[in-house]
Write a protein that binds this ligand. Structure first.
Ligand SMILES: CC(C)(COP(=O)(O)OP(=O)(O)OC[C@H]1O[C@@H](n2cnc3c(N)ncnc32)[C@H](O)[C@@H]1OP(=O)(O)O)[C@@H](O)C(=O)NCCC(=O)NCCS
Length: 249
């Protein structure tokens, strides 16, 4: 029995953003569905975001039977920094740490980088497109102004002194650092900035005494997975994300 995080809970943030009563689950196993559906009925949930480990096929199949739709597959990779070390990245741009005053500029970069992204929100045609984009822009902004969202944000400056990209980092659990949300403005993509963010994130983990680093993305995001593999990250685990609507479109 998992007691640390609730199996399913209401999401005030999503409700405010999308204007429908929303709930989210923690990773589900097959036997959990009854409790999740009861919770949704009691709380009159209109929209449910449910995730299950991709090796919990029975849970995934049960969701299919109940009319849930698959929205994305999330892959996690990890790197044992004690074993691998950080590859030297002398070609990449210099990085600095964000200050709260960078929030608006980081939001603008996120707006360009994540417009029409392929995460589970954008995959759902019932969700407003601009509101889906705001998931990422608000998240990037909040990472700069609140340590509840990120422990640090790395910034790559453009040659003109603006912001070319950002990378948010947090301590995920004891000894484990996580690279969370990374974005590079379209005009600066393909120049190795993302790779430099990854090595910068690995350095940040080592400086904080964190022995490993994890990252995650949609299975379709091959650009970042190529960089991870080249830096010595290895596949770790994965999740399916489903959406269930309890109201008619
Ligand atoms: C993914 C992203 C961070 C890559 O940033 P970047 O600075 O352009 O990455 P790099 O220059 O280090 O290149 C990394 C690899 O990805 C490839 N790549 C970069 N942008 C790409 C794109 N839009 N489509 C496909 N491949 C891309 C590069 O060509 C390179 O591969 P190569 O060495 O085989 O040529 C950037 O495109 C982005 O912000 N995308 C939208 C948000 C996103 O996906 N964030 C990551 C998940 S949180």
């Amino acid at each position: 029995m998992r007691t640390d995080i609730p199996l399913v809970s209401l999401s005030a943030l999503d409700e405010k953003r999308f204007g429908v009563k929303t709930a989210k689950t923690s990773p589900l196993r097959a036997g959990d569905m009854g409790r999740v559906m009861d919770f949704c009925a009691i709380h009159r949930v209109e929209f449910l975001i449910a995730r299950c480990p991709s090796d919990e096929l029975k849970a995934a199949q049960e969701m299919e039977r109940l009319g849930f739709s698959l929205m994305d597959t999330l892959l996690y990779y990890s790197c044992d920094l004690k074993k691998r070390g950080v590859p030297v990245d002398s070609a990449g741009p210099a990085l600095r740490t964000a200050v709260p005053g960078d929030g608006n500029a980081v939001r603008e970069v996120a707006k360009e980088a994540f417009r029409g992204y392929f995460g589970h929100y954008h995959a759902d045609p019932r969700l407003d497109r601009d509101a889906c984009d705001e998931v990422y822009t608000d998240w990037a902004y909040n990472s700069c102004i609140s340590t509840e969202t990120a422990d640090t944000v790395l910034i790559a400056e453009s040659p003109e002194g603006g912001i070319a990209g950002f990378a948010t980092m947090r301590e995920k659990s004891e000894g484990v650092g996580e690279g969370v949300l990374f974005g590079v403005a379209p005009e600066f993509q393909g120049k190795g900035i993302y790779r430099r963010f990854m090595t910068g994130g690995m350095e940040w983990c080592i400086q904080r005494g964190l022995g490993s680093m994890v990252v995650s993305t949609q299975v379709t995001n091959t650009a970042v997975q190529k960089v991870w593999v080249r830096l010595g990250f290895e596949p770790s685990h994965s999740f399916y994300t489903f959406h269930k609507w309890f109201t008619k479109a």
